[in-house]
Design a protein around this ligand. Structure first.
Ligand SMILES: Cc1cc2nc3c(=O)[nH]c(=O)nc-3n(C[C@H](O)[C@H](O)[C@H](O)COP(=O)(O)OP(=O)(O)OC[C@H]3O[C@@H](n4cnc5c(N)ncnc54)[C@H](O)[C@@H]3O)c2cc1C
Length: 398
């Protein structure tokens, strides 16, 4: 008898949360990551309360809070009218150990998880290892990996496909990624310019509606990040020029001196959910299983919640002899939440922020103001936007 061994494709937040949960239960884990070092790009910057509650298990939450910014308030704004409604996350006290949004870059989490994994003798971390294909039989999974020009095959009891939106694991299994891609791409620019000195009462998380060009203003510890939609008629090169970025920022807040741009990235944005999350001994999680627009900050949070759900079930199967049918429950729970909650809410958020019809826009604002004015409704709203409802819904699915 050899000890159980789980293979994981991808060392993003989802792969590493899964790896650490399994490794802490004494299960042998091998992680295969295409990049040669941990990716440190500016993607997720918001941790929601239930994700922080789950991560507390690893003892990393205090350090994340120390390296991030505690956002007690979030705001809905209008580019011309200013503040429409402010929501106070401290109303969630008693519902979570962390009644706030944490503004902190996702690479700070992966760096902390990696440090713990590196100290564990039964964990193998293979960087520069590209997963190519998957095969399985009744007893295990064979993963084909290319590293330094050499192709090798690795055997494990189970495989977690946490290899992101273009998942080689999902593609190798031929699982359809159902949904659509938005025609516009999203531009994210970062600047050390202090917007809070110019927009009165700005919070760290601001959704700014506008019929012509909405945007999101997000604070991370050292920078402001501004997210804009772009027109399908502009080429990538045109969107990314200094002049075009400067024009967008000047449109938001005119100033005589040009903005200092620290990062610029252009993303394609999709709403897609894999038709299956589990096939036999292979299970998909995170972006490999579902992707959505970033309005609401639900991609990484949803993925980390997948990772805890899935890896706890694998521990029960491998260490405690639970039935492998538990993985079907994972699919029922997490696929439902991806469709009914994450994709539905992020699509609704986009519709709200870009509403062009003046009457409909004002009706949305009236509704947001009414929610903010009523503590009971505001708490219900915050439970939804902070993903507390999503996690609870997932747990309720049998
Ligand atoms: C602009 C933007 C802003 C965002 N903001 C937020 C936010 O505020 N909050 C939030 O919750 N989410 C946000 N997201 C989404 C979030 O970044 C993702 O949902 C999250 O990174 C998913 O984690 P993951 O581990 O599933 O995938 P990834 O982070 O993509 O990690 C997958 C890993 O697999 C590796 N890999 C890929 N292919 C292979 C292969 N063949 N072999 C081996 N390794 C492979 C990749 O190199 C990567 O390291 C944002 C996304 C964008 C684009």
């Amino acid at each position: 008898m050899t000890s159980p061994h789980v293979l994981i494709a991808g060392a993003g937040p989802v792969g590493l949360v899964s790896a650490l949960t399994l490794a802490r239960a004494g299960i042998r884990v091998t992680v295969f990551e295409r990049a040669t070092v941990l990716t440190e790009d500016l993607r997720a910057s918001t941790f929601h309360p239930p994700t922080l509650d789950l991560l507390a298990r690893f003892g990393v939450t205090g350090e994340l809070v120390a390296q991030g910014l505690v956002a007690r308030y979030t705001q809905q704004r209008d580019r011309r009218e200013g503040l429409i409604a402010e929501f106070d996350m401290s109303l969630l006290e008693g519902e979570t150990q962390h009644p706030f949004r944490l503004q902190c870059e996702q690479w700070k989490l992966t760096r902390m998880l990696l440090a713990q994994l590196e100290a564990m003798p039964h964990v193998a971390l293979r960087f520069g290892a590209v997963v190519e294909s998957v095969a399985q039989d009744a007893a295990g999974v064979d993963l084909t990996v290319r590293q330094d020009g050499t192709v090798t095959t690795h055997r494990g009891d189970y495989l977690i496909g946490a290899d992101g939106a273009w998942s080689a694991v999902r593609q190798s299994l031929g699982i359809e990624f159902e949904g659509f891609t938005y025609p516009e791409r999203f531009l994210v620019v970062s600047t050390d310019f202090e917007f809070a000195d110019h927009f009165p009462h700005l919070s760290y998380v601001n959704y700014v509606s506008d019929p012509q060009e909405w945007c999101v203003l997000l604070r991370v510890p050292t920078l402001w990040r501004v997210l804009f939609p772009t027109s399908p008629d502009e080429t990538d090169e045109e969107v990314l020029t200094d002049a075009s970025i400067e024009a967008r920022l000047q449109g938001l807040l005119p100033r005589e001196v040009p903005y200092d741009i620290t990062h610029r990235t252009l993303y394609k944005v999709h709403q897609r959910v894999a038709r299956e999350f589990r096939r036999g001994r292979v299970v998909l999680a995170g972006d490999a299983a579902h992707i959505n627009n970033p309005l609401g900050g639900m991609g990484m949070n949803g993925g980390v919640q997948d990772a805890f759900n899935l890896s706890d079930k694998l521990v029960a199967i491998l260490n405690d002899g639970a039935d492998a049918a538990l993985l079907d429950r994972y699919e029922r729970q997490r696929r439902s939440v991806a469709i009914e909650y994450i994709n539905a809410n992020t699509q609704r958020n986009k519709k709200t922020i870009e509403e062009r019809d003046p009457a409909k826009r004002q009706a949305v604002y009236d509704e947001l103001r009414a929610i903010a004015a009523d503590p009971v409704r505001q708490k219900q709203y915050l439970r939804k936007t902070s993903m507390i409802d999503a996690l609870q819904r997932s747990e309720e699915i049998a």
